[in-house]
Design a protein around this ligand. Sequence first.
Ligand SMILES: Nc1ncnc2c1ncn2[C@@H]1O[C@H](COP(=O)(O)OP(=O)(O)O)[C@@H](O)[C@H]1O
Ligand SMILES: [Mg+2]
Length: 222
Amino acid sequence: MSLELKNVKKAYREPGGRQLPILNIANFQMASGEQVVLVGSSGGGKTTLLNIIAGITTADEGDVLIGGTNVARLSEAARDRFRAERIGYVFQTFNLLPAFTALENVLLGMSFGGQKADKSRATDLLKQVGLSHRLHHKPAQMSVGEQQRTSVARALVNKPRLLLADEPTANVDSANQQTILDLLRKSCRDSGVSLLLVTHAPEVASQFDRVEKLADFNRPQG
Ligand SMILES: Nc1ncnc2c1ncn2[C@@H]1O[C@H](COP(=O)(O)OP(=O)(O)O)[C@@H](O)[C@H]1O
Ligand SMILES: [Mg+2]
């Protein structure tokens, strides 16, 4: 699905009570099926931006059009449904449910999206991220990198139309970094899914045709 941000603004309230502007994006666009890397300094607002696109955080102002649907104008329930059905999200902090195994976490991603649990698809995705030997481990029983790879499988299980990935290779070795990147890119390419990926790794960013610096289109003070 295409993505368009128009006049999106977001400020957080500082502990002292003052408003701290984080995002002010006049315009940002991605075509359907496009793959874009987003780079920017720590604390620059990348995660906030992905959360706004996913409809987890609401912008103070502006429009977020995903495949023509303005998610900024949907009710919370409709936004949750839209996200579950259309958006895959590899969270920077993984957000796995601690009481469930890797396989169950991936299967839950499916049921939130209203799809019938497909154990063989979930198992196959976990195999593709190199976790066939960790299907029945819970997050606390896995390394950080294994948790990250579980969250990659969960983001793909629902066949999303837009995939958001927040530093998805930050916690894995270079072999797994390339495996994850290839899986995300190939899954998106094969089914025309748009991919917006945040990374600090130059060797990841350099593989993409389009690399955007957040600071180039974000003017929080302006
Ligand atoms: N819920 C929040 N309340 C107040 N400030 C926040 C909140 N979330 C993030 N921030 C601040 O907003 C800025 C941007 O955060 P973030 O989007 O996580 O940046 P990035 O992902 O680029 O490192 C940071 O300075 C952070 O401290
Ligand atoms: Mg972040």
